[in-house]
Design a protein around this ligand. Structure first.
Ligand SMILES: O=c1ccn([C@@H]2O[C@H](COP(=O)(O)O)[C@@H](O)[C@H]2O)c(=O)[nH]1
Length: 234
């Protein structure tokens, strides 16, 4: 069985905090995630600083017209992320433009994994309906997942609930990155479609993304190590 890898989401506006978490988690996580909160507060130079010598999941969830997304991804090339996100709901032309931009702007040996976010893990069926989408999260994830994979994405961001249906529909090739992960007993916070690290790994996640259960723990390194032990024990 493949190993499910752990990404720690370093969600903070503070550079020293991000540096400190990253250093404490070295050796305990497989990658770090920096996203909107950190990048808007500190800028891309700080992203480079924290990500230096580490595997970076740069989760900026681009969602715009095709030309703007393509140019945005091109601008991110000097950062050297290992994984990048766009929104699948931006449509086929946007995803194709993202694919072309990555193939053109990133050296072949350093091409990031292009991930399409399907349905945010903070949305349940009722919240999805409020956006005008009268489908279950599962069906909407499948629809967007198929669209993204046939338009050039390398993988998908989904909840653990959708891993099995996505594998049934699309096989093993999509890289599945799964947030909404909560160790047993931890608070769900604003996440709606959640599973434990063990459940996500059993379902076939390639990567899980864990933020607050690690960063808000009294000992973040110990929290990450406990999750790794849970992943290793599947
Ligand atoms: O659907 C999505 C897409 C991205 N995320 C990101 O994952 C982490 C989760 O943090 P927690 O503190 O473990 O809830 C966060 O950075 C989100 O931006 C997601 O949760 N769901």
């Amino acid at each position: 069985m493949k190993r499910t890898r752990l990404i720690a989401a370093l969600d903070t506006q503070d550079l020293d905090q991000a540096r400190s978490w990253a250093a404490r988690l070295d050796g305990h996580v497989d990658a770090i995630k920096l996203g909107l909160e950190f990048t808007y507060a500190q800028g891309l130079a700080a992203v480079r600083d924290v990500a230096a010598e580490r595997t970076l999941f740069l989760d900026l969830k681009l969602h715009d017209i095709p030309n703007t997304v393509a140019k945005g991804l091109t601008s991110l090339a000097p950062i050297g992320p290992a994984l990048l996100t766009i929104h699948a709901s931006g449509g086929a032309a946007m995803i194709r433009a993202a694919r072309q931009a990555i193939d053109a702007a990133y050296p072949p040996l350093h091409r990031p994994i292009l991930l399409a976010v399907t349905v945010l893990t903070s949305l349940d069926a009722a919240a999805l309906r409020e956006t005008g989408i009268d489908a279950t999260p599962r069906d909407q994830v499948l629809r967007l997942g198929k669209l993204a994979m046939t338009s050039g994405a390398d993988g998908l961001v989904c909840s653990a609930e959708e891993i099995a249906p996505l594998r049934d529909a699309l096989g093993e090739s999509p890289v599945l990155v799964v947030p909404g992960i909560r160790p047993a007993g931890s608070a769900a916070d604003d996440q709606k479609r959640i599973m434990t690290p063990h459940q996500a790994a059993r379902a076939g996640a390639d990567w899980i993304v864990v933020g607050r259960p690690i960063t808000q723990a009294a000992d973040p390194a110990a929290a990450a190590a406990a999750i790794q032990a849970e992943l290793a024990g599947i």
